[in-house]
Write a protein that binds this ligand. Structure first.
Ligand SMILES: Nc1nc2c(ncn2[C@@H]2O[C@H](COP(=O)(O)OP(=O)(O)OP(=O)(O)O)[C@@H](O)[C@H]2O)c(=O)[nH]1
Ligand SMILES: [Mg+2]
Length: 639
């Protein structure tokens, strides 16, 4: 596979972007009749160019008209290299600026300036314009970029332009093929005999012929019937490649521009995101909290409300953290760039006011966002994936995160997310549930643990007779549907809580424990010991002792059974000391003789009546001392 890059044009209307693409590639990017008639670009145009080094450059030609900036943003979203086209006769114009701002905000990494129409000016003028251009790009990512003088009419300078593109292409860092597959659709049409075809630049992962793909937001699942890459059929296509996908089972109307193709169960569309945004210096007024703007990411856009964190407004040229609330669902990933455009209801076009970076596409629900900057947001900007994943878990709070969501928020592949989470679990900063499907930050664990203790305490107050409460009962005390397993996990780590079987309790709040050294307890224990192996039932014991308070007697007896002083076998109450001694005799008998019959056991127990003999033997079977074979007992292995 040759190395691939995506080159996008940018620049003011009529400065010669499309003419330059045609001169470079022989392909006319203006396909529409209306474009040819009016001599302007309306839709995105596509071409490709094989660079001398063998790198294949996909070219996206954008419109320069100020009414079509929205289309330009969609085109610029996937590009690696910008070719900023400035006509030598006109120089820098409003959309030259706006397009450069957009490329900068979209974090386009590299590019060059094509100073075109040089056939229309003399060399002195061209030199003067070149100087102006250098001043113009100062301080931006193009400050050291080549400025190449060209003419699409005479072809002068084109080889130098191709050479400069090749040099830049060689240092482009490709898009990540480990990410979940995603293709923001920039064109959708139907082709006779093929059905629906969509095109776009794959921004992550790989798609193959035969794959099931989901159209988001809200679209159907379809099958990939075929792929085309730069005019030829392909079995698969990966991140960074312009690709045409022939889809089976969907109409073109259900895959419009702005929708996203992905594999089912990977990305989820969202109506909110936490972001870091930059507000452009040319804006006329400060950006106010709750301002409305149009939001553009990938090839999609939506009207949005901007809720500022920590400040009431951002001055022109400033930046800050914000929650974006979208009117329509969009597919977003951590690290995605976006553009904000102002709009005035009186005109049908807007102007670029800023942009920035998605920090979390699945932000936490917050009461009254706009108060303070959430602690984890700055960490979500970190270049370190480990820091971002930990911050994503902190943000997720008690909802926790699965590995897939962590990958989408962290902007990394799912294998990398799994590895980062594994390291965080080993370091003790993060805990997972037993199935390993969900993970929580230590802070969430701590907070939920505290709330769990309060819930347990309230349950003890309401049900003073209960010894403990199941995790589901504790979970029901939480206002939202917090995962009971997570609640159990968080309470289990608390020193103030105890656990018996499946129940949690607060030792301090359990029903007042019965005093095992009370006179009544001693009387019961003594009586049981006296009767030895000829055990009494509870009512016989009560008759013998005649306790004043029958309820107290019941409680005390239960406590003695629970505490292990009295052994209950089939409603008969034995002294556990006596049973222990009998067990020792039995074991040494079996060690010597190998087996024991019922009559032999009766003798061993000192001629005990059959009423006790059978239940006791069964007790030893059940407690895995003996093994019954026919009418004999053998010693269990390991005893
Ligand atoms: N003399 C001369 N004319 C040029 C050159 N490049 C483009 N033109 C002319 O400039 C006009 C606009 O060129 P386009 O390529 O359509 O400009 P564009 O930047 O694509 O315009 P939009 O897509 O509408 O923003 C056309 O009439 C071209 O023939 C050049 O290098 N020299
Ligand atoms: Mg054009």
């Amino acid at each position: 596979m040759p190395n691939r890059v995506i080159v996008g044009t940018a620049g003011h209307i009529d400065h010669g972007k499309s003419a330059l693409v045609r001169a470079l590639t022989g392909i006319d990017p203006d396909r529409l009749k209306e474009e040819k008639e009016r001599g302007i670009t309306i839709e995105l145009g596509f071409a490709h160019l094989l660079l001398p080094s063998g790198t294949l450059a996909g070219i996206i030609d954008v419109p320069g008209h100020e009414k079509f900036v929205r289309t330009m943003v969609a085109g610029a979203a996937g590009i690696d290299i910008v070719m900023l086209v400035i006509a030598a006769d006109e120089g820098v114009m409003p959309q030259t600026r706006e397009h450069l701002d957009i490329c900068r905000l979209l974090s386009v990494g590299d590019g060059l300036v094509a100073l075109t129409k040089c056939d229309k000016v003399d060399a002195d003028w061209a030199a003067l314009q070149e100087e102006e251009v250098r001043k113009f790009v100062r301080g931006t990512f193009l400050s050291d970029a080549p400025v190449v003088r060209v003419s699409a009419v005479t072809g002068k300078g084109l080889p130098a332009l191709v050479g400069a593109l090749d040099t830049i292409a060689s240092r482009v860092r490709g898009k990540d093929p480990e990410l979940f597959f995603r293709l923001p659709v920039d064109r959708s049409f139907s082709m006779k005999g093929f059905g629906t075809v969509v095109t776009g630049t794959i921004t992550g992962g790989t798609v193959r012929t035969g794959d099931e793909v989901q159209v988001l937001p809200g679209g159907p699942v379809a099958r990939v019937r075929g792929l085309q890459v730069h005019g030829g059929p392909a079995e698969s296509s990966s991140a960074g490649t312009r690709t045409a996908v022939n889809l089976q089972g969907v109409e073109k109307e259900s895959v419009p521009r702005g929708s996203v193709l992905c594999h089912p169960g990977t990305y989820a569309p969202t109506k909110a995101a936490d972001v870091h945004l930059e507000y452009l210096p040319l804006a006329a007024r400060p950006l106010k909290n709750r301002a409305r703007a149009s939001f553009h990411a990938g090839t999609s856009s939506s009207l949005a409300k901007i809720l500022l964190y920590g400040v009431a407004e951002i001055s022109p040229g400033g930046s800050g953290y914000a929650r974006i609330e979208l009117d329509e669902e969009i597919v977003l990933m951590g690290g995605d760039r976006f553009i904000l455009r102002g709009f005035s209801p009186l005109e049908n076009f807007g102007y670029t006011i800023g942009g920035g970076r998605i920090l979390s596409p699945y932000p936490r629900r917050r009461k009254g966002p706009g108060k303070a900057v959430p602690q984890a947001l700055p960490s979500l900007q970190s270049p370190e994936a480990a820091v971002r994943v930990l911050a994503a878990l902190e943000e997720a709070g008690r909802n926790g995160l699965g590995t897939k969501e962590a990958a989408v928020i962290g902007g990394i592949g799912v294998a990398a997310a799994g590895a980062e989470i594994g390291r965080l679990v080993s370091s003790g900063k993060v805990r997972g549930d037993t199935g390993g499907g969900r993970y929580w930050h230590g802070i969430a664990l701590e907070e939920t643990g505290e709330e769990g203790i309060r819930a347990l305490s309230a349950l003890h107050d309401r049900f003073p007779d209960r010894e403990g409460f199941l995790r589901e009962e504790v979970a029901a005390q939480f206002p939202d549907g917090t995962d009971p397993e997570f609640i159990a996990l968080s309470i289990a780590g608390r020193p103030e809580a105890g656990k018996a079987g499946d129940s949690f309790f607060l030792p301090a709040k359990r029903p007042r424990s019965v005093e095992l050294s009370s006179p009544l307890a001693r009387a019961i224990a003594d009586k049981v010991r006296e009767t030895g192996l000829s055990a009494l039932s509870k009512s016989e014991l009560a008759d013998a002792l005649r306790p004043g308070d029958r309820r107290e007697f019941d409680k005390t007896l239960e406590a003695l059974v629970k505490g292990g002083r009295v052994l209950r076998v089939k409603e008969m109450l034995f002294d556990s000391g006596a049973i222990g001694a009998l067990k020792e005799n039995l074991v040494s008998y079996l060690e010597k003789k190998g087996e024991i019959t019922v009559p032999e056991f009766k003798d061993l127990a000192g001629g005990l009546s059959r009423k006790y003999v059978i239940p006791l033997l069964e007790h030893f079977d059940l407690s895995k001392v003996t093994l019954r074979v026919g009418d004999k007992r053998l010693l269990r292995k390991g005893k």
